[in-house]
Design a protein around this ligand. Structure first.
Ligand code: NAP
Ligand code: G4F
Length: 323
């Protein structure tokens, strides 16, 4: 029997790298779409780079998407590419809309034109709930996005549902709450804190400047969450699912755990800085993933404390190896 083929946009990102590893372990042929850049940014995928096919394409370029899908004829397409950093969405709102909103339509149109039997996964987000209308948030909770990023993702979510209903595509939207790992970008708060704490422990920094310490997030482990993406595309019918741990913690608690792992008191080092506050904040997110548990049989394995400790330990090791 020939191998199943999956196209992953955003393969160089945190989730793309874990998903590609997961699919390779399931014996998929993995095609990863990468943007051309003047220097390679394959840090997260270099350990399996030779096991996947990397092809150049961009969410801004319809022809590149059409050509890739036409040439490789994947059975499944995972659209993970996006401008994913919330603060950048205020400084580059139009570009964020082009990548994160319209980019989804470009991928869906390419699928519709080449082969409507291809199964499609859209990387939606708890940021769509924004100023939350219900606690905890589930699939039926109304959206109230609080950033240009959140607004763009609401478009991506609804165009996925619209193409499912208009063209009968197998298109699923995963509403994933924050998920982290040692491969998380350094600008996101978990990694900023774990890396910052490790640098302070090693005498490489003396303070850590952060924004709002009171906002709360439902943080899970990226390695667990990519399995849920795959499960969504193995169902008899396409649908939308919340993926979350059901626990919520503040940035202050995150600091306590990360610095505590290194026997440090975060209050001696963390400074609040207006530069890192947002024009509009999402104060609290906590998800109800009971539908994913019931239908997909999915549950998170790694919880908040363990996750943060894994990240601190990985940062300590990486910084020590660099010395
Ligand atoms: P990430 O680390 O920021 O990765 C984003 C990926 O998108 C990178 O591979 C990036 O390529 C690629 N990309 C950006 N613009 C592109 C374009 N115009 N054309 C082609 N590729 C482009 O994000 P992540 O944390 O892995 O998240 C994956 C997806 O899940 C994103 O859509 C994100 O919005 C969504 N999401 C994430 C979370 C979370 O907590 N991590 C939660 C919910 C939803 P370069 O390497 O070239 O920049
Ligand atoms: O880590 P963050 O930047 O993640 P945010 O905004 O929740 O977005 C992430 O999760 C979403 C899922 O809900 C994804 F869709 C999105 O792509 C991304 O992966 O910020 C988390 C919280 C915010 O309340 C922020 O105000 O941390 C607060 N924070 C406090 N100080 C900070 C900082 N965030 C950052 N990045 N840097 C700070 O210094």
């Amino acid at each position: 029997m020939s191998k199943r083929k999956a196209l992953v946009t955003g393969i160089t990102g945190q989730d793309g790298s874990y998903l590609a590893e997961f699919l390779l372990a399931k014996d998929y042929e993995v095609i990863g779409m990468v943007r051309r850049s003047s220097t390679v940014n394959f840090d997260r995928i270099k350990h399996f780079q030779d096991d996947v096919i990397l092809v150049q394409g961009d969410l801004l370029d319809q022809i590149s998407l059409l050509k890739i899908i036409e040439e490789y004829r994947p059975h499944e397409v995972y659209n993970l590419a996006a401008q994913s950093f919330v603060p950048t969405s205020w400084s580059q709102p139009v570009l964020t809309g082009e990548f994160t909103a319209l980019g989804v339509t470009r991928v869906l149109d390419a699928i519709r034109l080449v082969d409507p039997n291809i199964r499609f996964y859209q990387a939606s987000t708890s940021e769509m709930f924004g100023k939350v209308q219900e606690v905890p948030q589930k699939e039926t909770t109304p959206f109230y996005p609080r950033s240009p990023y959140g607004v763009a993702k609401v478009y991506g979510h609804w165009i996925t549902i619209n193409y499912r209903e208009s063209y009968d595509l197998f298109a699923a939207s995963g509403i994933l709450f924050n998920h982290e790992s040692p491969r998380r970008g350094l600008e996101f708060v978990t990694h900023k804190v774990t890396y910052g704490a490790a640098k302070i422990k090693l005498g490489l920094a003396h303070e850590l400047r952060l924004g709002n310490l009171e906002s709360r997030r439902d943080w899970g482990y990226a390695g667990d969450y990519v399995e849920a993406m795959w499960l969504m595309l193995q169902q008899p019918q396409p649908d939308d699912y919340v993926i979350a741990t059901g626990e919520t913690h503040s940035i202050r608690e995150l600091c306590e755990v990360a610095f505590g792992r290194l026997d440090l008191d975060y209050r001696d080092y963390v400074i609040q800085d207006q530069r890192f506050f947002r024009p509009a904040e999402v104060d609290q997110l906590v998800g109800d993933a009971s539908k994913a548990k019931r239908v997909l049989g999915w549950e998170p394995k790694i919880r908040f404390h363990e996750l943060i400790e894994i990240m601190v330990d990985a940062d300590m090791e990486a910084l020590q190896n660099r010395r």
